[in-house]
Design a protein around this ligand. Sequence first.
Ligand SMILES: CC(C)(COP(=O)(O)OP(=O)(O)OC[C@H]1O[C@@H](n2cnc3c(N)ncnc32)[C@H](O)[C@@H]1OP(=O)(O)O)[C@@H](O)C(=O)NCCC(=O)NCCS
Length: 144
Amino acid sequence: MELTVRAPQTESEWTAYYDLRYRVLRQPWGQSVGSEKDNNEESAYHFALYKDATLIAVVRLDEKNQSEFQVRYMAVEPSYQGQGMGKVLFEYVMGFCASKNATEIILHAREIALPFYRAMHFEIVEKSHLLFNEIQHYLMRKID
Ligand SMILES: CC(C)(COP(=O)(O)OP(=O)(O)OC[C@H]1O[C@@H](n2cnc3c(N)ncnc32)[C@H](O)[C@@H]1OP(=O)(O)O)[C@@H](O)C(=O)NCCC(=O)NCCS
């Protein structure tokens, strides 16, 4: 088994990338296909974790200002959740941020994902938005 983190490359890899995002972060709340994308996809960094050729997890990284990053749209394939795969992908992205001399890394975490991000050395700054009228989010930032 080989784990690889890289951006999707082929058209079918991009389709699978957005489909995983959709199935985990949008479909359970009855959102339509297309709602998993926003206007910043082209300027963002995209990372996908593959186990051999199988897509396992996805995440996007936005550079908000120079050296300030925001992690977005993190999703692990449901059958692989809780098996350390999210950690592998997230730590890769943290390494990428370090290579860009990041001064601040933030994210908006769903309540259910708070234990994961705490384990990834993030702390809550404040309660933020309510998505789809029901998913409470919390602004978190990486502790140095
Ligand atoms: C949240 C999510 C990204 C975490 O990825 P994952 O692969 O399931 O998490 P991992 O197995 O890599 O967990 C890494 C560490 O985080 C901690 N952790 C993760 N989930 C936890 C939980 N529910 N309770 C306590 N600790 C938890 C653990 O310390 C774990 O390490 P350990 O099992 O070796 O002790 C993934 O479960 C997911 O996609 N969930 C649904 C979508 C979602 O909520 N995305 C985030 C949007 S903000």
